[in-house]
Design a binder for this molecule. Structure first.
Ligand SMILES: [Zn+2]
Length: 547
């Protein structure tokens, strides 16, 4: 049977912990000197050895020959923990999967009893920040007056979500993300021991993709070795990592830099068609832009020698201040893309927004009344040093004028029978699925004389913005005319009803929609939603077109 490399190579003694020397040393010293805290808190990013350390610590405390920094690995306690992660007296709970207070109380209560066999009764609670407030209170009560034989080992990736009262009662160990170099060295070592042939280039790719997590690095190596069936090389790794096609990515950037929306979206379409995960494209694009920014700023940017000339040329394709703005927008979109159900929409919006940047002009120019573009070249590609010293410029931002509706002026067709709104959805669905899906995210669709008003909750602003795109809007207008048998103006709105009258809105739209609307109003205070508003709503309504 194939045992996953990440599991097989789990550290079993403190010396095996990669990259966490400070933690290993402090813990070893404390145990060697017989100083045992009643609660430990292990914090840090995922996949760097927190759970392994928790289990090592449990073995160190409960080993027959212990407490010892070198647990024997042969006594009943050691063997049980090695085999299963827990034992008769060591109880392990994952905060992420057992959130309920009953479970936490159960566990905490059980831990209060005297051990059945071993020295201590130990509770390991992974992802402890996921506990409910009630569970934290139960934990706090035990921590305030810990029974002599009770020990807690808590682990978490999110320290800031753990109440300070809990943190202050724990001995804390901060784990750090590993460097690419540290992960690469460990992957080399494991590959050698496991007789996996792997090229240095492949190791570099896998280590970078692991993003500081040794566990992820080992899993990737595992996958690569399984699929390759022979030598693991760069091409194979690129396949596994679904690396984004560099030429398409650069093509998309060039289109964006030129302000060519259609070409940018076409490149994005090809990227997604090539099988790249939109989340991955977002991340790669953000990394790519950041590299260009660094090059433009004259900083070293980890660019291989053979790519340097090309990358410099790309960096010059966009004015420095726009590049700076692009990186910031890309980072926001990347963060958003990880949270939303539809990351494709996040990158689409990003690309469209970036394509607007060439049409922006600096506020100084606006104030000075300089015509658009006149002041830009040759300053369009400022010397890096000068641009860096100036820093970002504030843009003059006003809404984009909507383009004229060509469809509205055409002769109306005879009105067909049935519910026109229903027909609208049917026709739209048959014409373009993406637009139909985006329109279906509207909180309400209402007819107001010759206006067809699609109102989107603030949390669906992204869908609304996508429909603002000329082609999509044109299609909506055409479909509306077909469905209603007369020219209709399509109006896209965001937020709660304009008159603020939820009662009136309730008569027009389904109850569930109102509930969502209220929730979304409340959600505006949520930092996550706020950043979405900033990215998709606040930004786009403030861009000025200057042809
Ligand atoms: Zn032992």
């Amino acid at each position: 049977m194939h045992v996953a490399l990440a599991r097989k190579w789990r550290p079993r003694i403190f010396e095996d912990l990669v990259g966490q020397e400070a933690v290993a040393r402090t813990l070893s010293n404390a145990i060697a000197e017989g100083r045992v805290a009643s609660a430990y808190l292990l914090t840090g990013p995922r996949g760097v050895g927190k759970t392994s350390t928790a289990r090592m610590l449990a073995r160190a405390l409960n080993c027959d020959k212990g407490p010892t920094i070198r647990p024997c690995g042969e006594c009943a306690s050691c063997r049980e923990i090695l085999d299963r992660g827990d034992s008769l007296d060591v109880l392990e709970m994952d905060g992420a999967s057992n959130r309920k207070i009953e479970h936490a109380r159960e566990l905490i209560d059980t831990v209060r009893y005297a051990p059945q066999r071993d020295r201590y009764r130990i509770a390991i609670i992974d992802e402890v920040h996921m506990l409910t407030n009630e569970a934290f209170n139960a934990l706090l009560k035990t921590l305030e007056e810990p029974p002599a034989h009770t020990r807690f080992i808590l682990a978490s990736t999110e320290l800031h979500k753990i109440p300070a009262t809990i943190v202050s009662r724990c001995q804390r160990f901060a784990f750090r993300a590993l460097t690419v170099k540290e992960i690469a060295a460990q992957l080399q070592k494991v590959a050698k021991a496991e007789k996996i042939a792997v090229t240095p280039g492949a190791v570099r790719l896998l280590s970078t993709a692991a993003e500081g997590s040794l566990r992820d690095g080992l899993s990737l190596l595992d996958q690569a070795a399984t699929i390759a069936g022979g030598a693991v090389d760069e091409a194979r790794c690129a396949e596994i990592l679904a690396l984004v096609d560099r030429e398409l990515l650069e093509g998309m950037y060039s289109a964006v830099a030129a302000g060519d929306r259609a070409a940018a979206i076409a490149h994005l379409g090809r990227l997604v068609e090539s099988g790249a995960d939109p989340r991955h494209v977002l991340k790669e694009f953000a990394v790519f832009l950041r590299r260009l920014l660094l090059v433009a700023a004259g900083a070293s940017a980890d660019v291989p020698e053979e790519d340097r000339a090309r990358v410099s040329a790309l960096a010059r394709a966009m004015p420095y201040d726009n590049l700076l703005r692009s990186v910031s927008l890309a980072l926001e979109a990347d963060a958003l893309g990880r949270r939303v159900d539809d990351p494709a929409l996040a990158i689409q919006m990003l690309v469209l927004k970036l394509a607007e940047l060439p049409r922006l002009r600096g506020i100084e120019e606006t104030l000075a009344g300089i015509p658009a573009g006149a002041a830009r070249p040759p300053a369009a590609n400022p010397a890096p040093a000068r641009a860096a010293a100036e820093g970002p410029r504030i843009m003059s931002l006003v809404p984009v004028e909507s383009e004229p509706d060509e469809a509205a002026s055409s002769a109306p067709a005879a009105p067909p029978g049935g519910d026109p709104l229903e027909r609208f959805h049917e026709i739209l669905d048959s014409r373009r699925r993406v637009t139909a899906a985006q329109a279906s995210l509207a909180e309400s669709i209402a007819v107001d004389r010759d206006d067809l008003v699609l109102r989107f909750g603030i949390d669906r602003a992204a869908a609304k913005e996508a429909l603002e795109d000329h082609a999509a809007k044109k299609l909506l207008t055409e479909v509306a005319r077909e469905a209603f048998g007369r020219p209709m103006r399509v109006v896209l709105k965001t937020g709660p009803p304009a008159d603020g009258d939820l009662g009136k809105a309730a008569r027009e739209v389904p109850r569930s929609t109102i509930a969502r609307e209220r929730a979304s109003t409340r959600a505006e205070s949520d930092p996550m939603v706020r950043s979405a508003i900033e990215l998709f709503h606040g930004e786009l309504t403030e861009i000025k077109e200057e042809e």
